[in-house]
Ligand binder design. Structure first.
Ligand SMILES: CC(C)(COP(=O)(O)OP(=O)(O)OC[C@H]1O[C@@H](n2cnc3c(N)ncnc32)[C@H](O)[C@@H]1OP(=O)(O)O)[C@@H](O)C(=O)NCCC(=O)NCCS
Length: 201
């Protein structure tokens, strides 16, 4: 018996760009361009873009069963993220959840997945920048053990806002073990199909 919905975590493809840009525009003052997404997906060897896709499996009507048709689930992207792996550091370049889909733990799923992907690539540290006024995202990062390592003055060009440089030392075995056990719990809680964290390009 299948559950009537599931979440799929997978690499971002160029076909995902319109849905991703729609979330991006509703989430950030300075959204990425289509060219940036295409570049990240196609042209870089160090970029690991991810999408979280919500799938609803409708009950199969009797006529479909008679004709032996495979039901196609309804799918939509509810969140996305980006991670660069450079010289041993996994750097989270972006993360967002559709405004109507927030508060269900899906941002945490995306963050946890990028941490896991970084660990599987051999990262010693996971880093990111966050606006000093973005308390929601900071809460999420703190929940995962990220700490403020530095303040980058005037980092955001659109309004000169400062950024916190937040870091998680995944080289420490205790940090890695905790991240892994929380990741395993999240995959169960969210009925997650994971095609991202250990995917080989
Ligand atoms: C940040 C963001 C990705 C969180 O996604 P989300 O799916 O709503 O978050 P989750 O439901 O997974 O919540 C995870 C944690 O985030 C924090 N959080 C989430 N919503 C919050 C809110 N409204 N107020 C305070 N903290 C909040 C909490 O610590 C929460 O853990 P808890 O539920 O145990 O309290 C989402 O708010 C978003 O897309 N924001 C716009 C884009 C953005 O700012 N990205 C970060 C750039 S650095």
């Amino acid at each position: 018996m299948f559950p009537n919905h599931s979440l799929l975590l997978r690499e971002m493809t160029v076909e995902d760009i319109p849905q991703v840009m729609n979330i991006d525009r509703q989430s950030f003052d300075v959204p990425w361009s289509e060219t940036s997404y295409r570049y990240e997906i196609r042209n870089t060897s160090y970029s690991y873009m991810v999408v979280l896709e919500y799938r609803r499996h409708r009950p199969i009507p009797r006529w479909q069963r008679w004709l032996n048709l495979t039901p196609v689930p309804e799918r939509r992207i509810v969140g996305y993220g980006g991670m660069w792996f450079i010289q041993g550091e996994a750097h989270i370049s972006t993360i967002a959840v559709h405004p109507r889909a927030r508060g269900r733990g899906w941002g945490e799923v995306l963050l946890a997945a990028m941490v896991q992907r970084g660990v599987s690539l051999g990262a010693t540290e996971v880093g990111l920048e966050v606006r000093v006024t973005n308390a929601t995202a900071q809460n999420l990062y703190r929940k995962w053990g990220f700490q403020i390592a530095d303040v980058k003055k005037g980092y955001y060009r659109n309004n000169g806002e400062d950024a916190y440089d937040m870091r998680l030392a995944v080289i420490r075995p205790a940090v890695q073990a905790l991240a892994e056990s929380r990741w395993n719990a999240l995959t169960v809680d969210h009925n997650l199909v994971d095609q991202y964290t250990h995917n080989q390009p």
